[in-house]
Ligand binder design. Sequence first.
Ligand code: URA
Length: 186
Amino acid sequence: MTTILDIHNKWHKKNKCELKKTATQPVFGNGNPKAKIVFIGEAPGKDEDISGIPFVGRAGKFLNEMLEEIKLKREDVYITNTVKYRPPNNRDPLPEEIRECLPWLIEELNFIKPKVIVTLGRHALNRFFPEAKISEVHGKLLKIKIEGLKTENFFALYHPAAALYNGGMRETLIEDFKKIPLVLEK
Ligand code: URA
């Protein structure tokens, strides 16, 4: 039987992304492969590159706090990134780097088949909704049928790293996050 780890190992081997050369290691998605909810960030940062686990740095701690607020643990959800290797100096991943990691992300998502995909930040949002503006769609349930993707429900949030030091955005993210249990019930 195929496991989520088989999927990660397969794509890590196949992947031709330039970022592989500079990253310490791949950062596979992490958490419950049977989760109803998957969070997608953009790309691993320094802490993630060192540990091999997504969202373990400051943004990750903030994410854990918000999960706790809605009575969820990391083990209840699944967390991954659009790109599995750290871009040098945390620059934005290039379009070709994102493209190279996309089939990996899609297979990962289709294995888990979550009820809802939560995008963290505008980059993850724009992978699925290229035209959407995060300032307009955050905190809303979005529906889209994407060819090859089994999940149709999306929920857009600001990125915890962007919201950490921006009071207004932080408040908005915390408020939006509290809507997740309702979104899951629908
Ligand atoms: N930011 C992300 O987008 N992903 C991580 O894994 C960590 C920080």
